[in-house]
Ligand binder design. Sequence first.
Ligand code: OAD
Length: 231
Amino acid sequence: MSRIVVLTGAGISAESGLGTFRDAGGVWTQVRLEDVATPEAFARDPAMVRAFYDARRDAARRAAPNAAHRALAALEAAGRDLLIITQNVDDLHERAGSRNLLHLHGELAKALCAGCGARWAWGEGPMTDDSACPECGEPGGVRPDVVWFGETPYGLDAAYAALGACETFVSIGTSGAVYPAGGFVREARAAGARTLELNLEPSEVSRLFHETRLGPASDLVPAWAAEILGV
Ligand code: OAD
């Protein structure tokens, strides 16, 4: 059975109401990433960084998976050998039912202790300077468990192993602007995989794919999933 690796980005969650980063009106057109998405920003102004991610966590909680998330979960439920590598920090893939999932850039629903490295599920409410780490007990270092610029993404060994063994690689709703994920298509091609891009508009790496289909993820992903299932 075909081994499929799917890379997802903010575009798959756009129709769930969560903003993308680089489109017109996107997150990085409103906030400087240097102010909220680097370890230096957290050291300089932890309250501002926590508030930015508290708001994003609240937005993600209010959002619901869309037809694209559900179509990927349905492929896995139908027994397809499919790994989703997501750059997204929301949990819409899980809530759609996907289980074989790797969060390259971390998760809004988890906290990380900058002091001891402990990671744990974050419930309701904001992170503050008084929030204490459940492992070391120290306050002050509690931060969202998201990967910032200058930090190493999670799960890279597993991601490269899957890319090196896949037969089909599909990129959905990502600009390809951020590495290493932007380079995954090259890895998949080197492994001999067929590569397909599903995106609203051509990405920075479109030319590297065998095929690009343009349109909203909620249309393109269910249509592609139906092809795979032969329905
Ligand atoms: P971007 O905002 O860079 O790109 C989103 C892509 O989704 C664009 O190419 C859009 O054309 C496409 N898109 C928008 N709406 C869509 C829809 N309804 N259906 C299909 N495609 C759609 O977001 P990412 O590529 O995810 O990292 O950004 C990668 C990383 O950059 C993020 O994980 C984040 C960000 O900085 C960190 O914060 C570390």
